[in-house]
Structure formats: structure tokens, C-alpha cells
Design a protein around this ligand. Structure first.
Ligand SMILES: *[C@@H]1O[C@H](CO)[C@@H](O)[C@H](O)[C@H]1NC(C)=O
Ligand SMILES: *[C@@H]1O[C@H](CO)[C@@H](O)[C@H](O)[C@H]1NC(C)=O
Ligand SMILES: *[C@@H]1O[C@H](CO)[C@@H](O)[C@H](O)[C@H]1NC(C)=O
Length: 318
């Protein structure tokens, strides 16, 4: 019993010491509340030497620490990664403990315990669950800005923008979507909507079969690309079937010819069967009359429905 009394006094003395220090420093950056605790946000517990400031110091030294509960008789320190402002519902009465927090005047240089604590959500290690929580924790002065959030408590922080007025979160601010993918903002994260040209993967980072080395697709070879895979808008006559438009073709006139020479909508289409990236195109005139196409555009498609014109520096390559 006597031993208990002694540590009780030690604890009280310690508290009043801290209070006095704080008062004398006119420092509002740190405060303690007797017989209260923040429940459910302790990420680290350890025993301290009674009468020392180990608990405060440990909290100050740890970026994640926002507050701590101190178990008085046992001199046990419980570091919390939230404050009572962030979680008022978890701030409860507890006769054996007192609660102490890193305060709101962050970076106040006149404080003895100068607490350059990290505001909730300001570092990856201390993600907030919502923009509301940041506002509750940091006070009304918080501004719109980028914060670390983990609204699903997945253990992974996501960098996002909070609009403090509307509480709208934009998870796209620093997205990793690639290859012209569109970032789609969702409830708790973003997703990447891949651009049509065959990209896949979470970030649309995976391309289709990229040829390691440029080589012929096989338009010269009927076994590689069958006649049926070569079609055209129109045909001049039976001497100029689309599939005669192969390189080195010696059937017919060795070339495809549209019905007229003036219809700019005429096209020759090659179905390459698999997804390929086209790195070069070669053309050749027909073999009998010495006629050839002087200019053309390329259109590519992965589904035969949506076509995109091959462009260089944003203009159609002719
Ligand atoms: C905050 O503490 C809780 C335990 O109270 C823990 O589950 C959570 O992972 C901690 N968050 C971080 C970011 O350390
Ligand atoms: C958020 O979305 C990205 C892209 O889909 C994903 O890579 C990441 O793992 C997600 N993060 C979390 C915490 O779910
Ligand atoms: C794919 O990206 C290009 C270039 O940014 C864009 O012009 C095109 O509209 C996009 N396609 C789709 C289906 O989003």
C-alpha cells in the first residue's frame, strides 16, 4: 500500500511538473487531461521509468505519435496515432490514466517542448481516414490541400486532395495511370481507364505484343495472312483484288486498285489477326502499268470498329 502511495505521488508530482513547465513557457502546444484516455488508437505501449519524461520524449520523437495515454501507477506509456480532436468518441474517462497530446500550435518555437508534430495526413506514415478527420484533428484552419489518406484502413496510404469545404476527395492528383489512360476518381481510390489502343494492367502499363525487333508481319506471305484477311472498300476489277496488293505479288496485276482514282475514302485493310505494333510500312506499285499510290494515311484498330489515324506530332501522318 505504501509503495502504491509513493508512485501515486510521483505520478501527481510529474503531472504538476509538466503543467508548471507548460504554464511557465506560455506554451499551448502541449496539454494533458487527467483521468482521461483515447481508446483504440494506441500503436505502441512500453514501460517507462517513473518520474521521467520518457513518454513525452518518445512521442515527440515519433512522427506517427499524435498523443499518448499514460498509465499512472504503472508508468506505462501508450502512444496514439490520433488525437481526441480527431476521435472525440474514443476519448473516455479512465481513472488510472491521463491523456497528453501534441498540440495545435505546431512549430511554435517558444515552446519548451517544441512540437513540430506532423499534422494528421501530412506524412505517409500517418494517413487520415477522411478529410473530415483531418479537419477535426487539425482545427478549422486546415486548408484545401494534398494529404495522405487510407479510408479503408488497408495499411496503404494514398495521396489525395481534400476540398475541405465540400469534403470531396480527389484521388487522381498523383495517379500512376500511363499511356494516355484516364484517371477515374472513385470512393476510396482511383482507377485507370485505359485508352482504347489495347493497353491493360492496373495502370494501363502493359502494352500488347510489342515486337522486340521490327520485322515483316507477313503480308507478302499468303500462309501468314490469308487472302480473306485483306479487304478493300472498292475494287477496279478482277485484275486488282485487294489481296493482290501484297508485296511481290504476281497474281493479277500485282496490286490493289480502287474503282476510281479520286475517292479519298477508299481503303485497303489488312487484318493482322493478332495484336501487333506496327513500326514501319512498305508499299510498292503494281507490276504491269507502272502505277502506284502517291500518298495515303494509316488507320489502326484493335477491334475493327474504332479506328485511330496514325499521327506524328499530333497531326495525321500522310
Ligand atoms: C494507428 O494505430 C492503430 C492501432 O490503434 C493501428 O491499427 C494503425 O495501423 C495505426 N496506423 C498507422 C498508420 O500506424
Ligand atoms: C489505389 O489504386 C491503385 C491503382 O488502381 C492501386 O495500384 C493501389 O494499390 C490502390 N491503393 C489502395 C490502397 O488500394
Ligand atoms: C487515347 O489517347 C489519345 C491521345 O491522348 C486521345 O486523342 C484519344 O481520344 C484517346 N482514346 C480514347 C478512347 O480515350
Amino acid at each position: 500500500m505504501a509503495g502504491r502511495q509513493a508512485s501515486y505521488f510521483t505520478a501527481l508530482f510529474f503531472i504538476s511538473l509538466v503543467f508548471r513547465d507548460i504554464a511557465s513557457q506560455q506554451c499551448h502546444g502541449i496539454y494533458s487531461i487527467y483521468q482521461m484516455m483515447l481508446k483504440g488508437h494506441t500503436y505502441k505501449t512500453f514501460k517507462t521509468t517513473p518520474g521521467t519524461l520518457e513518454c513525452i520524449e518518445a512521442c515527440l520523437a515519433d512522427d506517427r505519435c499524435q498523443s499518448f495515454n499514460f498509465v499512472m501507477f504503472l508508468a506505462i506509456c501508450e502512444l496514439n496515432n490520433r488525437t481526441k480532436e480527431a476521435r472525440p468518441e474514443d476519448f473516455v474517462k479512465d481513472e488510472k490514466r491521463y491523456y497528453m497530446a501534441k498540440g495545435l500550435q505546431r512549430g511554435d518555437r517558444t515552446c519548451k517542448y517544441r512540437i513540430v508534430g506532423f499534422p494528421l495526413g501530412s506524412i505517409r506514415e500517418l494517413p487520415a481516414e477522411s478529410c473530415e478527420e483531418i479537419e477535426a484533428s487539425e482545427g478549422r484552419q486546415v486548408v484545401n490541400g494534398n494529404y495522405w489518406l487510407d479510408s479503408t484502413r488497408s495499411g496503404n496510404s494514398i495521396f489525395a486532395r481534400c476540398d475541405m469545404k465540400t469534403k470531396v476527395v480527389d484521388y487522381c492528383v498523383k495517379n500512376l495511370c500511363q499511356n494516355d489512360a484516364k484517371c477515374v476518381n472513385r470512393e476510396t481510390n482511383y482507377s485507370c481507364a485505359c485508352n482504347s489502343s489495347g493497353w491493360t494492367g492496373k495502370y494501363c502499363e502493359k502494352g500488347f505484343l510489342l515486337l522486340k525487333k521490327c520485322g515483316p508481319v507477313g503480308v507478302t506471305d499468303r500462309n501468314a495472312i490469308s487472302d480473306a484477311r485483306m479487304t478493300a472498300s472498292t475494287v477496279y476489277d478482277t485484275r486488282f483484288y485487294p489481296y493482290y496488293g501484297r508485296l511481290h505479288e504476281n497474281r493479277g496485276y500485282g496490286g490493289w486498285c480502287p474503282r476510281t482514282v479520286s475517292d479519298r475514302k477508299d481503303y485497303l485493310q489488312v487484318d493482322m489477326d493478332t495484336m501487333l505494333s506496327v513500326c514501319a510500312v512498305a508499299t510498292q506499285g503494281e507490276r504491269i502499268n507502272n502505277e502506284w499510290t502517291t500518298s495515303y494515311k494509316l488507320q489502326l484498330s484493335t477491334d475493327g470498329v474504332t479506328w485511330s489515324v496514325y499521327e506524328e506530332t499530333s497531326t495525321a501522318k500522310v
